[in-house]
Design a protein around this ligand. Structure first.
Ligand SMILES: Nc1nc2c(ncn2[C@@H]2O[C@H](COP(=O)(O)OP(=O)(O)OP(=O)(O)O)[C@@H](O)[C@H]2O)c(=O)[nH]1
Ligand SMILES: [Mg+2]
Length: 401
């Protein structure tokens, strides 16, 4: 079995290289993002997409047809490939080649990995209604993968558009892209900014994994509500675990000139909340918690219950992978999260990874942060703008959808 690796700046280009060299029946075994190295490997170069493919594996191809693959465009004229039957058969996973005992250990490991991937591909393809995708939709599918959408999410969107759009619309890439943008926009629910009512103190806690930007975001919110909106704001921190965590928040409290309380027991929490009863907004900073640490999350829940928080925003870094995001939202749901807050948009290479957590958590998005600057690098979440960011459409672009 010959396995080849191709690199290009986009998924679309990489798949085109596979199609050109290995033919339309080639099986894509693996895709990943890589960074080239410059200056003797010291400096990270531009991002590239790497596709590992083979013409020697009998799995349903993701490339052009003849065999009616769902995510492949109609073939122009498949290049001849010597020694290979034009018909592609999908064998049961049991028929896959076995790992040869004569192979060196490292290659055996790689071959074994490939076999697992092939099995997974076979499993996924079972029951598929095999239909050709027109070239435009295949291109759209590849573009969505470039925006960091998972294959599953991209496939779902492309299938939906295929079922819902008219033939004329499908033939126009601008219209199909616009429709995808509207679909994504419809999936994003936003919470709006923290709403304050005169005479009623609002208590808002930020929770989440370590280092995602909770304290920095609290400083941004506090500065905006106090300095720009002239609201009476107070800070509470229950983060007494990390050395310097209290000092970090106190520095912001001093600069913005806000009252601040440090609490380390539920009783102190009750007292602190009472003392800040006459303010408009109390922002509560919490210690970063691993989503896997059930005990610490329960402890956090006890504090939040004692405080009687009105809103609990789960802070997530948009740089995290889609599985980690969904798992984190799931674990933190037990503390009573009411909104998601996404940080570090400026560091993300693509934002398609956030769609699954928006779907599965069913929580609205409150704020987006896009840099380290306090108080400027924060904005209220906007579904249309975020859909454009996910699809990597310039926000200044005039195209309407
Ligand atoms: N690039 C970027 N960096 C950010 C953003 N928000 C926060 N940071 C940085 O992320 C790092 C961690 O921020 P913190 O606010 O301390 O994170 P935290 O969630 O409070 O961390 P723990 O309290 O340790 O759990 C700091 O260097 C911040 O400046 C953002 O939107 N973009
Ligand atoms: Mg912190």
């Amino acid at each position: 079995m010959e396995v080849r690796t191709y690199r290009a700046s986009t998924m679309h280009e990489a798949l085109a290289m596979v199609r050109h060299e290995l033919g339309p029946d080639a099986a894509v075994l693996h895709t990943r993002e890589v960074h080239t190295r410059r200056l003797f490997g010291w400096v990270q170069g531009p991002r590239q997409i790497e596709v590992t493919a083979s013409a020697g594996v009998n799995v349903p191809s993701r490339l052009p047809p003849g065999n009616g693959n769902r995510f492949a465009p109609a073939p122009a004229s498949p290049p001849p490939r010597p020694g290979r039957s034009p018909a592609t058969v999908t064998p049961a996973p049991d028929h896959l080649p076995q790992v040869g005992t004569e192979l060196p250990g490292e290659m055996q490991g790689q071959l074994s990995d490939l076999q697992s991937m092939v099995r997974e591909l076979c499993r996924r393809s079972k029951g598929d209604q095999r239909r050709d995708l027109p070239e435009e939709l295949f291109r759209l599918f590849a573009d969505l993968l470039d925006c960091e959408l998972s294959e599953e999410v991209a496939r779902g969107l492309v299938e939906r558009i295929r079922n819902e759009a008219s033939g004329a619309e499908l033939a126009d890439p601008v219209l199909t892209r616009a429709r995808i943008a509207r679909m994504i926009e419809a999936e994003i629910h936003v919470a709006g900014p923290i709403a304050l009512t005169p005479g009623q103190r609002r208590l808002v806690a930020l929770v989440g994994p370590t280092g995602v930007g909770k304290t920095t975001t609290i400083a941004k919110l506090a500065a905006n509500y106090h300095l720009r909106e002239r609201r009476r704001v107070g800070l509470i921190t229950v983060d007494t675990y990390r050395i310097a965590a209290v000092e970090q928040l106190r520095t912001y409290a001093d600069i913005i000139d806000l009252p601040m309380q440090v609490v380390s027991t539920p009783r102190e929490m009750r007292e602190a909340v009472q003392q800040m009863g006459n303010l408009d907004l109390v922002l509560m900073d919490t210690a970063g918690r691993s989503p896997k640490d059930e005990v610490k999350i329960q402890e956090l829940r006890a504090f939040l219950t004692e405080a009687g928080a009105d809103e609990i925003h789960l802070v997530l870094s948009s740089v995290a992978g889609e599985r980690a995001l969904a798992q984190t939202a799931d674990r933190f749901a037990t503390v009573g999260t009411t909104a998601l807050l996404l940080t570090k948009l400026d560091e993300a290479t693509g934002l398609g990874n956030i769609l699954p957590v928006l779907r599965s958590s069913r929580l609205p998005l409150s704020y987006l942060t896009n840099g380290q600057n306090v108080p400027d690098d924060i904005e209220t979440a906007d579904a249309r703008r975020l859909a454009r960011l996910i699809l990597d459409v310039p926000t200044s672009s005039e195209d309407d959808y």
